[in-house]
Design a protein around this ligand. Structure first.
Ligand code: PEP
Ligand code: MG
Length: 594
């Protein structure tokens, strides 16, 4: 590690929440997430056409949105009121305004946000200086519509994060999962955010990309500036501004030890996840995009236990991915796995993942709202396009389908009816599919966990989505750092729901897995195994350590742990029991994770 400490500047340590493991040291790039995140940059001559294209696209989107607003206002309060937005359209269509911005790109060599803001300010100032009420009002219109254009530009400003000139540690109030999905791994060494929790999709995405991250840092985005040197420790959840020489030297040593252990763990790649006395479980991987398959294979996963397909939708910003796009993505994953299973989860939009161009109404409680299967059942066209794509890909017989956020049996029945319709449509087209494709559900809503016996007869497997199961059971918003302390996967309520789901699944002859982040914690592996879990699915990078934990215990020790846990009265006590077992059988794992 080179020594980037800044002599003379006082070190500041901020404690946050571990978002994604790993340590990174480097300069900050501060990214604003407010509507008008005005990031000023100089541009080169070659950048000008791209900036013009971004501007034109933002103008088209703005025009489209203003028309929509007009329509709504006209329907609600009449045509006359709607006509006030004509002035906004006049600005967007004003060629001299537009051309002045385009000319400014060439003369000022600054990005379009900066040039547009300057031109709009000049227009607005000139209009407000005129002694005429009508024209003065037009100044407000210019400012208003400029804000909208900037917002549309900033919707694409995630591309900014893909085009950085050198490696940075990105700091922001928050990053949307779609921002994280488009991060350029080569240039983003890590990130820190004011908001977020370990199970926010932004953190999950960071783990998938193996980018160190610390979230829940409260006000870090106002405490640093672009260029400040920082160290982030994604294992401990530490963010250090102006780290000292001593701090950097210490981290250098820790990194060396960690790398040694990681090299040893890589040797486990082709070994099974089997206890010392021969009890075997399946360790599979969670993926967000087909590009994650390299990591799946490198880390020795036995299949994909969760393909979060919404990232196909989030990364195709302007429109929904077509049946063909999806078919290609699913077959690529299936093909790379050979015979190993690939579980495709149907679209889970809503919660903290939104597609702006779907224009779904804003909700007060999006995690409890129109999310996942609820959204899909109400949008048959979108849902059936995906079902047909998965079915067509199911000619690779390792493909299985899974529905998210099921809260009652009717939803499963209804979704299966759509699946039958999709099959009939393919029959009519003469396209092949696997009529016996396995269909499972995520158990992530308490009502589903409690009534697992009613759901089991309709499905082929269960996968516990503990990220949401904890959120909904504990009434703790999974992305709210203020209540993160209450987010306890080891709470007796969660353990009981997991136990019930596993027992009911087995009574009905179906296998039960887990694909929430709890599966990635080596501390939890013996407990989950002892509770009878069949499959663990996690970020690919977590597999080696969990495998090491499984291979370090005897199955009867895991069962004994589960028995004690089931009569424990608190989350810390459960955690302590898990810790004690690992301390005895694999102390070096404990060292690495604490
Ligand atoms: C879960 O809820 O545990 C899960 C795996 O799904 P997601 O994190 O995508 O909501
Ligand atoms: Mg979930």
């Amino acid at each position: 590690m080179t020594d980037p400490s800044h002599e003379g500047l006082k070190e500041i340590e901020i404690k946050g929440i571990p978002g994604s493991p790993g340590v990174a040291v480097g300069p900050v790039l501060l990214v604003k997430t407010e509507e008008e995140r005005l990031v000023e940059r100089t541009i080169s001559e070659e950048d000008i056409p791209r900036e013009i294209a971004r501007f034109e696209e933002a103008l088209i989107n703005t025009r489209h949105q203003v028309h929509e607003i007009q329509q709504k206002v006209s329907n609600a309060i009449g045509q006359e009121s709607a006509s006030i937005f004509d002035a906004h359209l006049l600005v967007v269509d004003d060629r001299s305004f537009v051309e002045e911005v385009i000319r400014g790109l060439g003369t000022q060599r600054r990005n379009v946000e900066a040039v547009l803001t300057a031109v709009a300010d000049r227009y607005a100032d000139a209009l407000s200086a005129i002694e005429d009420d009508y024209l003065r009002e037009r100044a407000a219109d210019v400012r208003d519509v400029t804000r909208r254009i900037l917002r549309n530009l900033s919707g694409r400003s995630s591309t900014l994060l893909t085009q950085l000139d050198k490696p940075y540690i990105v700091v922001s109030n928050d990053l949307a999962p779609s921002d994280t999905a488009t991060l350029n791994k080569e240039k983003v060494m890590g990130f820190g955010t004011d908001l977020g929790s370990p199970t926010s999709h932004t953190a999950i995405m960071a783990r998938a990309l193996a980018i160190p991250a610390v979230v829940g840092l409260h006000d870090v985005s106002v405490r640093v500036s672009t260029g400040d040197m920082v160290l982030i420790d994604g294992n401990k959840g530490l963010f250090v501004i102006h780290p000292t020489h001593e701090r950097l030297a210490h981290y250098g040593k820790v990194q060396e030890i960690r790398q040694g252990v990681e090299t040893r763990l890589k040797g486990l790649k082709d070994q099974p996840a089997i206890t010392k006395d021969g009890y075997q479980v399946t360790l599979s991987a969670n993926i967000e995009l087909p590009g994650d398959m390299d990591a799946v294979i490198q880390n020795g996963a036995v299949g994909v236990g969760l393909f979060r397909t919404e990232y196909l939708y989030l990364s195709s910003k302007q429109q929904l991915p077509t049946e063909e796009d999806q078919y290609n993505a699913y077959t690529e994953v299936a093909r790379r796995l050979g015979d190993a299973p690939a579980i495709i989860r149907t679209l889970d939009l809503g919660g903290d993942k939104f597609l702006s161009h779907l224009k779904t109404p804003a909700e007060l409680n999006p995690f409890m709202g129109w999310r996942a299967i609820r959204f899909c059942l109400a949008q048959p066209d979108i849902f059936k396009t995906q079902l047909r794509a998965v079915l067509r890909a199911s000619t690779y017989e390792n493909i299985k389908l899974m529905y998210p956020m099921v809260s009652n049996v009717e939803e499963v029945v209804h979704a299966n009816e759509f699946l039958e319709e999709a099959k009939n449509e393919l029959r009519q087209r003469g396209q092949p599919f696997n009529d016996n494709m396995e269909v499972g559900v995520m158990i992530e809503v308490p009502s589903a966990a409690i009534t697992a016996n009613l759901i089991a007869p309709h499905v082929d497997f269960f996968s516990l989505g503990t990220n949401d199961l904890v959120q909904y059971t504990m009434a703790v918003d999974r992305v709210n750092e203020r209540v993160a302390y209450l987010y306890e996967p080891t709470h007796p309520a969660i353990i009981r729901l997991i136990k019930n789901t596993i027992d009911v699944g087995h009574e009905h002859g179906i296998w039960v897995g887990i694909c929430g982040e709890m599966a990635a914690n080596p501390l939890m592996a013996p407990l989950l195994m002892g509770l009878g879990l069949d499959e663990f699915s996690m970020s690919p990078s977590a597999i080696p350590l969990v495998k090491e934990a499984v291979r370090s215990v005897m199955f009867h020790e895991a069962e004994e742990l589960a028995r004690h846990v089931l009569v424990s009265e608190s989350a810390p006590k459960v955690l302590e029991l898990c810790r004690k077992l690992l301390e005895r059988v694999a102390p070096e794992i404990l060292e690495l994770i604490s």
